[in-house]
Write a protein that binds this ligand. Structure first.
Ligand code: MFK
Length: 611
């Protein structure tokens, strides 16, 4: 006897049950089919021309650029915005879908170590040259404004670049190093190619700094040895553990020069900077073996590799033992690119969230009509506005420095603000990407929406190019090097901006809060006294956050004090200044930076048994 769900039935009963089941299925199918043909049940969020839609960017350019420069730049950016929308965004998605593939051996067992990139990735390289994404900064067509203009193009490109902004960062950094070395003849070809607008000529560069024994601790972690050859060149032997965009044409890297006995100087003083070609004219690797490609959480569009240097031919380009100082020019540029990437990913996420809020109906109305939802988006908008203005301030200062127009104070300020901005915006980008993802509900978590890619790629921004703590220590390095002078410049610059803002009455609560924060910061600096070294190390992160929040607050206020400022500019400044602007003073007041607190923190992490 047959059975349904364990119930015994006769043949008649079985037939009846079968017919009923069929009827239910038919009803269900009719219902689903009807619903299916009605409409898509959710509309995809989209953005238009990113340049035209970015009111803050446009108002910044209008305020700061000379009219003639603005006119030309505006036309180009509008055109570029259209190109991004209609052509480049599609390529970006292709890069995500077709990550690089590594083939170690050919069909006949020969070692080939080939990194295959997709055609969209290679097209990105051509586009970068055509658009002058590196060239613009070095041609200096617009004098001190060229660097800012380049940064704006990179900012627009970043979130549609399919990860190509990474090799561009290092390419820019390498060009900067070569330029700062006075463009020596032996590097002329490389410089011309890095800064070329000709896709046929254009080169990208790698920055090989990280080795097995340490990422951040370059001074102690670098094992690569350089052996001098009779012709004056060097051969490098070592293992590079993280080499981003390993398909690049050239690289700058650190190594220790061995003396006649094969001995090397350890520590930072033993490091020198080298230039090398990755492949020769025939495409053969320069005595380099690719061990494998990295299996990363994000930036999967890009080939990050482990490389064995087995006698790679290289040229010494810094003074012996001055490798870290020489490559720091590259680091400062790539850190600025990191800020560009952070602001761009925040802007993209928020633009998509904003569009979605105008399309998605929940609880009987559009998301944009839910005040709590809009409050959440507004909080993110304040973050990206602040980060954007901080980025513009840095590239404005860099442009002045590169055209010999920056005062000594402005140069000091630039040195301080680069690590401050890198560490702060890296964290902002991760937080905003997570928050924005939530604004799409479950859809935000779906791979094929493309939203998780933005989050994954944003998460690296606080790690590579120096983690948050390493950058916080770099902030202290810049203080120490200037013997505190940079703090005086920081404070006087902020004071000037606040003075300007105090002429706008609606801004007065923000001005007041910023002034209080400055007072607290000064008190903290004065109170560190004899315990300064330990206190400052423990306080480094909160201290850097305080600098970021105070300076950004001042920039938002300055922008909101323009004659043609809007009420939203004012609101953004007020909102920014409602947060704790000087966390270092608050934590210091709680005794967080003493030796006792350090011991307790350690005990908290490990449990009391370790003490
Ligand atoms: C979208 C964005 C895309 C970005 C893509 C990039 C992909 C590439 C991925 C990577 O390569 S990630 C790896 C990046 N690695 C790092 O960022 C290293 C992090 N570690 C540090 O930054 C350490 O602070 C550092 C290695 C610099 C410390 O080294 P040392 O040897 O202990 O430094 P020291 O002795 O304090 O300084 C040596 C010299 O360099 C000094 O000059 P002087 O000898 O003339 O006094 C310093 O002033 C100078 N210096 C150090 N950092 C500087 C700097 N100068 C200017 N700016 C800086 N930031």
């Amino acid at each position: 006897m047959p059975s349904i769900k364990g119930i015994n039935m006769t043949v008649g009963q079985e037939q009846q049950a079968g017919m009923k089941e069929k009827q239910v299925l038919e009803d269900l199918e009719t219902h689903l089919t009807r619903r299916d043909t009605e409409a898509l049940f959710q509309e995809q969020p989209q953005t238009g021309n990113q340049y035209l839609e970015d009111t803050l960017l446009r108002s910044y350019l209008k305020t700061h650029l000379p009219p003639k420069v603005l006119e030309e730049v505006h036309q180009d950016l509008e055109r570029f915005g259209n190109r991004l929308l209609t052509k480049i965004q599609r390529l970006s998605w292709e890069c995500e879908l077709n990550p690089p593939v590594f083939r170690q051996f050919d069909a006949w067992g020969r070692r080939v170590d080939r990194i295959h990139t997709c055609s969209a990735w290679r097209r990105m390289k051509e586009i970068s040259a055509e658009e002058g994404l590196i060239a613009e900064a070095y041609e200096k067509r617009y004098s001190n404004w060229s660097r800012l203009y380049q940064a704006v193009k990179l900012y627009l490109f970043s979130s549609s670049s399919g990860g190509f902004s990474c090799p561009l960062a290092m390419t820019d950094g390498a060009a900067k190093v070569i330029e700062s070395l006075g463009n020596p003849g032996s590097l002329k070809n490389a410089f011309d190619r890095l800064t070329s607008r000709d896709p046929e000529k254009f080169w990208t560069s790698g920055q090989w700094m990280t080795e097995r024994r340490g990422g951040s601790d370059v001074a102690n972690g670098t094992e690569t040895v350089a052996r001098k050859q009779p012709d004056g060149t060097y051969r490098l032997y070592g293992f590079k553990w993280f080499t981003s965009a390993a398909d690049s044409d050239m690289a700058l890297t650190l190594a220790r020069i061995a003396d006649a006995e094969g001995q090397c100087t350890q520590g930072s003083r033993g490091l020198s900077l080298f230039f090398l070609r990755v492949r020769d004219e025939d495409g053969k690797l320069n005595n380099i073996q690719v061990q494998r490609l990295k299996d990363k959480l994000g930036t999967r569009q890009m080939a990050t590799a482990e490389l064995w240097l087995q006698g790679a031919r290289a040229e010494l380009i810094s003074a012996e033992g001055r490798g870290v100082a020489a490559i720091s020019n590259m680091l400062n540029i790539t850190r600025i690119h990191n800020v560009i990437g952070a602001v761009a990913s925040m802007r993209r996420m928020i633009s998509l969230s904003r569009d979605y809020a105008c399309k998605r109906v929940a609880f009987g109305k559009l998301l944009k009509d839910h005040p709590l939802h809009m409050q959440t988006l507004a909080r993110m908008e304040v973050q990206v506005r602040g980060a954007f203005l901080l980025l513009m301030e840095i590239v404005r200062l860099l442009g002045l420095a590169e055209t010999n127009l920056a005062s000594e104070q402005e140069q000091l300020l630039l040195r301080l603000l680069i690590p401050v901005a890198k560490l702060y915006t890296g964290k902002q980008a991760s937080a905003v990407a997570v928050e924005a993802m939530e604004s799409f509900g479950g859809q935000g978590y779906m791979e094929d929406t493309g939203l998780p890619v933005i989050l994954r790629d944003a998460l690296v921004l606080s790690i590579w190019e120096g983690t948050t703590n390493i950058l916080s220590l770099d902030v202290l390095r810049s203080l120490a090097k200037s013997q505190g002078q940079v703090m005086a410049v920081f404070l006087s610059t902020v004071q000037k901006k606040l003075e300007l803002a105090s002429g706008t009455e609606q801004l007065s609560p923000a001005v007041q809060r910023a002034r209080e924060a400055i007072g607290s910061l000064q008190q903290f600096m004065a109170a560190t006294g004899s315990e300064r070294a330990l206190t400052m190390e423990l306080a480094a992160r909160d201290f850097s956050y305080s600098l970021a929040r105070i300076y950004t607050g001042a920039l938002l206020m300055e922008h909101a004090a323009r004659p043609d400022a809007s009420s939203t500019d004012v609101w953004a400044a007020l909102r920014w200044c409602n947060q704790e602007l000087c966390p270092v003073a608050v934590e210091s007041g709680r005794g967080s930076y003493g030796a006792g607190a350090a011991l307790q923190d350690s005990a908290l992490v490990f449990g009391n048994s370790r003490l």
